[in-house]
Design a protein around this ligand. Sequence first.
Ligand SMILES: Cc1ncc(COP(=O)(O)O)c(C=O)c1O
Length: 285
Amino acid sequence: MAQALEHAWHEGQLKPLADVRISPLDRGYLFGDGIYEVMPVYDGKPLGLDKHLRRLARSCDEIRLPLGRSIEDITAALMAVIEANGGGNQSLYLQLTRVGLEGRDHRFPDAPQTHLFAMSNRLAPIDADAYANGLSAIVLPDQRWARCDIKSTSLLANVLAKQLASEAGAAEAILERDGELIEGATSAVGCVTGGTLALPVEDARVLPSVTRALTVEVAGRCGVPVETRRVNMDEFRAADEILIMSSTREIMPISDLDGAPVGDGEAGPVWRTLFTGYQALKADA
Ligand SMILES: Cc1ncc(COP(=O)(O)O)c(C=O)c1O
């Protein structure tokens, strides 16, 4: 289970997480009216910070939520949380919510404010043995809304899918719509056939994953061909390898899908190449 570190940022101040007080009229609490980011921190430095902040700004724009402060101020708040929590490896969480303290009303408040909250969890080290064997995943229907490209705090369908996966002893729930591969409940997904990595088109049904973008960079350096296109579930189930990608789990091989082996039922060679390349990218960042 995730473990929160002691210090957090809320409304312009660093404080103990236990002392953060959020009004029940914060629309993040009432409606899930907010945007978030999670980024990995290695040795006190966030990986892919610019990409995460660009996605944050885009998500806010899409829901008409003003950032309410400069990107430099947001960065300074994040760095303060990292430092207060002792640097090292962390999973840094940031959310911006729409606040209007007049009363519960679906419509935007007349004078909305954007509250910034940031905290971090300890970043669990990758379990190298488990990755070397490959992990299991289940496929579920995608029951989320039509704008999954927005990193919204409204995550109920993701929560339910991930819980079902956990109860099935699986590392991830992989979501499909209309016979097509979409993404994981908490990750991007791709599959490898004949040495080529296929990734679903990043349309409104898919979150543009930072780890996936970094994986594509690594693939370019390592000579792994990548295709971005629609992937149907028959092709996906017949793939040689399945990979999931996320900020906190890096590149994880899936060797068992719905109880059936993926390829030869082990972590495959393309995963190994990309995972090794990703470690080099982390070290260079
Ligand atoms: C639904 C969903 N897709 C994809 C991702 C992967 O995104 P990233 O690589 O930016 O962590 C996540 C990460 O939490 C996610 O929740």
